[in-house]
Design a protein around this ligand. Structure first.
Ligand code: SAM
Length: 248
C-alpha cells in the first residue's frame, strides 16, 4: 500500500500513461501504478546501486518485469526521448529536481506531464516550470507522519504562457486583503496560497519559525553588509507574517 504522499502522486498520473519514475528507490510508485492498471508500462530510474537493486527485487517479486523496466542512470539519462508520457520525481530537493530536468531536457520531448514532489525548494521547481513554458496545472499540500509535502503538476499546453500569466499575475487575497506579486506567488504556490488550507498555514508557521531562528543566530553585526542581510531577512519574515495573517 502506498503512503498518502505517493498515492497523491499516483492519482495525478493520467490513466493509460507510460510512466518514468526517476529516483524510484524501491520502485513502489511504478509497481503500484502498474498493479492498479493506471499505467500501461513504467521505467524505474535510479542513480544508486542499492536502491536500484531494491527496485529490481521489488519488480521481480511482483512479477512485473515485462511491464516495469528498472534502470541504473543519473536522472533522465535512464530514459530515451519518447519512452514516457509522464515523469514523476519525488522525495528529493528542488535544486536536484531542477538539475535533473535541465540536464535531461532533450528527453522531455513527448512528455505531457511532470509530477514533482520536492522536499525543499519548491519555489525553484515552480520557477523552472514557468521559465520552461510548462503550465502549472495544480498543486497539492499534504501532511503525513509529521512532515508536510507539496506536489506540483506541470503540463505541456498550447496555452501555458497565457494561463501561467494569469496564475502569476498580481493577486489580491484575504481579509483584510493583501496583494501578492509574482515572486510571492512563486514562493507560496499560486494554487496553495489561494486555497490557504490549514496544512498550508502550518507549513508557513514552521518556515517563519525557522527563518526567525536564522535571523536570531545572525546576532549583532559590525559590518554594513551583515546588518543589511539581517534587516532584509527580518523584512521578509514580517511580510510572510503579514500575508499569513490576512489569509482565511
Ligand atoms: N521517489 C521515491 C519516493 O518519493 O518515495 C524515493 C525517494 S528517495 C528519498 C530519493 C531517491 O532518489 C534515492 O533512492 C536516490 O538514490 C535517488 N536519486 C538521487 N539523485 C538521483 C539522480 N540524479 N538520478 C536518479 N536517482 C536519484
Amino acid at each position: 500500500k502506498l503512503s498518502q504522499r505517493l498515492n497523491t502522486i499516483c492519482k495525478l498520473i493520467p490513466p493509460g500513461s507510460r510512466l518514468a519514475d526517476i529516483g524510484s528507490d524501491h520502485a513502489l510508485l511504478p509497481t503500484c501504478a502498474v498493479q492498479e492498471g493506471r499505467v500501461v508500462s513504467a521505467i524505474a530510474g535510479e542513480v544508486n546501486r542499492g536502491p536500484y537493486d531494491a527496485a529490481a527485487k521489488q519488480v521481480a517479486a511482483a512479477g512485473l518485469q515485462d511491464k516495469i523496466s528498472v534502470r541504473l542512470g543519473d536522472g533522465l539519462a535512464a530514459i530515451q526521448a519518447g519512452e514516457a508520457d509522464v515523469i514523476t520525481i519525488a522525495g528529493m530537493g528542488g535544486a536536484l529536481i531542477v538539475r535533473i530536468l535541465t540536464e535531461g531536457k532533450s528527453k522531455l520531448e513527448g512528455v505531457s506531464r511532470l509530477i514533482l514532489q520536492p522536499n525543499v525548494g519548491e519555489d525553484l521547481v515552480r520557477r523552472w516550470l514557468l521559465q520552461e513554458g510548462w503550465l502549472l496545472r495544480g498543486e497539492t499540500i499534504l501532511e503525513e507522519d509529521g512532515k508536510i509535502y507539496e506536489v506540483l503538476t506541470g503540463d505541456r499546453s498550447e496555452s501555458a504562457e497565457e494561463e501561467n500569466a494569469k496564475l502569476y499575475a498580481d493577486t489580491t487575497v484575504g481579509e483584510p486583503s493583501v496583494t501578492l506579486d509574482r515572486e510571492q506567488l512563486l514562493d507560496f504556490g499560486p494554487f496553495l496560497v489561494r486555497a490557504a488550507s490549514p496544512v498550508f498555514h502550518e507549513k508557513w508557521i514552521g518556515e517563519i519559525a525557522k527563518l526567525e531562528r536564522v535571523a536570531g543566530s545572525m546576532g549583532r553585526s559590525d559590518t554594513d553588509d551583515a546588518r543589511g542581510k539581517k534587516e532584509a531577512l527580518e523584512r521578509h519574515i514580517e511580510r510572510l507574517k503579514e500575508v499569513l495573517a490576512c489569509l482565511p
